[in-house]
Design a protein around this ligand. Structure first.
Ligand code: NAP
Length: 252
């Protein structure tokens, strides 16, 4: 089966490998934000499609039979485009949506809907571990009254002011190293997106343990789609599909 995976996550990489091993013809699409992304099994296509209609054209021209949205939970635009393109082309769509982290009892998370709201929620003189990636930093850079430890996979391509120290690091992160980092910098606040998943969850436990205040950017709402929560469930969907009818064309 010809499958297009919208990627940019560990799930997309793992799914491309599992489906390639099952002899599906897999293409993974990446937005092209990271300079040295992990190379997935199968074919790779980099760059935007030009909206939902561009994605629909790509599905038609490539004769794709299935579309998988394995993008990050905060990549709301491409997920909406996937729903629209799937409808327009009648190509079935499956979304992998890893569960969000749940708030430990009495953790007192401050829930916000955007980076701007998160920056506004910080008190003056806060020391902040900022783990939102390297985009949408502007509202935090305007808070010259706070100190930031900005952790991201790749350095942002802007000059950072003196109150922001950069740590370039790639997940997974474990509890011990998260505790050490928060203690070393005397962190008072953690600002994070509710990305979910095990790779970056340790910061949540470390913050709870050290009573570091969590400002949680909640997930954007996505249009409805058939959804599974992990790669194994996604693979099971493909394993359960009936064999292509053309292989059984000789049957009555
Ligand atoms: P977005 O806001 O939902 O998408 C913006 C535009 O980027 C889309 O309209 C599309 O352009 C293009 N695009 C996004 N993902 C694509 C993909 N997998 N393949 C081809 N084009 C794609 O996305 P974003 O939040 O900027 O994230 C970009 C990518 O980074 C996503 O693939 C996501 O999985 C990954 N990522 C995002 C985050 C995050 O926090 N947002 C974190 C980790 C990884 P066209 O309209 O031109 O098709």
């Amino acid at each position: 089966m010809r499958i297009l995976i919208l990627g940019g996550t560990g799930e997309a990489i793992a799914l491309a490998e599992a489906l390639s091993q099952r002899r599906h013809r897999v293409t993974t699409a990446l937005a092209g934000r990271t300079s040295a992304p992990h190379k997935p099994h199968g074919e790779l296509r980099t760059g935007g499609f030009g909206g939902a209609s561009g994605l629909a054209d790509f599905l038609r021209k490539g004769k794709f039979e299935y579309l998988v949205d394995a993008t990050h939970p905060f990549a709301a635009q491409i997920s909406a485009n996937a729903v629209e393109a799937a409808k327009a082309t009648e190509v079935p769509l499956l979304r992998i949506d890893r569960p969000a982290w749940t708030e430990p009892e009495k953790a007192g998370w401050v829930h916000v809907a955007s980076e701007a709201e998160a920056a506004e929620a910080l008190p003056g003189s806060a020391t902040v571990l900022l783990t939102i990636g390297r985009q949408h930093l502007e509202p935090f850079l305007a808070r010259s009254d706070c100190r930031f430890i900005l952790r991201c996979i790749e350095a942002p391509d802007i000059d950072l002011p003196a109150n922001v120290s950069l740590r370039v690091a790639r997940p997974p992160f474990d509890r011990q190293s998260e505790l050490a980092l928060m203690r070393q910098h005397n962190v008072s606040h953690l600002v994070t997106k509710n990305a979910g998943g095990a790779q970056t969850e340790a910061k949540i436990h470390a913050a709870f343990f050290l009573k570091v205040k969590v400002i949680m950017i909640d997930r954007p709402a996505l249009p409805e789609a058939e959804t599974v929560t992990n790669v194994a469930e996604a693979v099971a969907v493909f394993d359960q599909l009936p064999a292509p009818s053309r292989l059984f064309g000789f049957l009555p």
